[in-house]
Design a protein around this ligand. Structure first.
Ligand SMILES: Nc1ncnc2c1ncn2[C@@H]1O[C@H](COP(=O)(O)OP(=O)(O)OP(=O)(O)O)[C@@H](O)[C@H]1O
Length: 270
């Protein structure tokens, strides 16, 4: 059964770039403890929706309400506030790890803000505060836990840039999870993965939903991933929402088939 109170409520989101309407009056809700996929053909506006939610763009209009310890109106917040206060984390289409840093260092850097707060933002804090030392131990524990969950314990001291592609993707997600988000936004995490890596990714995302109780917003072109792990699917085309619902229903929707195949008859299955 679906929860009554959505984790994020996107209402009438519109984003214009000059004369181009990239996102046109789009509304949808994503529930806590669910994986919500946003799909659609190239240029449909999916990444722009993410960029509005995560504060990279200020929407032309619309309301983005995230519910956590209180309500956050994301459209009024700056990017870093959305990360630190509303606790929204994201990954990008292209991998953005620190390739020269080790795997473990990448997971520690993600916890920098938490450690700085524990230090009282002063050098005295860094040198002596017990609070800081405790926070550092906690940060290492959390990093270690995520190394185990993504199967990279033995690679902890390797430069992140040397890992196979699929492992880098999992590390990026672990790094985002080290910020302890409420909402995790993933932009095409399965792009370029082989079937084995893709299966490992599915397992990781399901565990994030089931074990950590985090809501996931997922942009994905790989329909095998979308259909297997999503609870809810939102379909965009030319900036507009053309369908939403459970994956099996959306897959059969004639408007969705038309958008993907570019035909008018809608007679082809899948
Ligand atoms: N900063 C920008 N300035 C101008 N136009 C932009 C900008 N960002 C996106 N667009 C345009 O907005 C439209 C939607 O782009 P967006 O990247 O959101 O689509 P998408 O669904 O994520 O596509 P893809 O699946 O190819 O990543 C496109 O026409 C794109 O060219």
């Amino acid at each position: 059964m679906r929860a009554d109170v959505p984790l994020i409520d996107v209402e009438h989101l519109t984003m214009r770039f000059g004369g181009l309407l990239a996102v046109d009056d789009v509304s949808f809700k994503a529930q806590p403890r669910e994986i919500t996929a946003i799909i659609g053909p190239n240029g449909a506006g999916k990444t722009t929706v993410f960029n509005c939610i995560t504060g990279f763009y200020k929407p032309s209009s619309g309301r983005l309400t995230l519910r956590g310890d209180r309500e956050y109106l994301l459209e009024r917040m700056l990017g870093h506030e959305i990360g630190q206060q509303a606790k929204v984390a994201r990954t990008f289409q292209n991998i953005r790890l620190f390739p020269g840093m080790t795997v473990l260092e990448n997971l520690m850097v993600a916890q920098h803000n938490k450690l700085m707060r524990a230090s009282g933002m002063s050098i005295f804090g860094l040198l002596g505060l017990k609070r800081y030392r405790d926070a550092e131990i906690e940060a290492i524990e959390l990093a270690r836990l995520w190394l185990q969950r993504i199967g990279l314990v033995d690679d902890a001291d390797r430069p992140a840039g040397e890992l196979p592609y699929g492992a880098q993707r999992r590390l990026e997600i672990a790094r985002a999870m080290c910020t302890e988000p409420r909402l995790l936004c993933l932009d095409e995490p399965a792009a370029g993965l082989n079937p084995r890596e893709s299966a490992a990714l599915n397992e990781l995302l399901l565990s994030i939903r089931n074990q950590d109780g985090v809501g996931v917003l997922l942009i994905e072109h790989d329909m095998s991933v979308v259909m297997k792990i999503s609870d809810h699917v939102v379909v965009l085309d030319y900036g507009r929402k053309i369908a939403e619902g459970p994956p099996d229903e959306v897959q059969r929707d004639p408007a969705v088939i038309r958008a993907y195949l570019g035909t008018d008859d809608g007679g082809t299955d899948g």
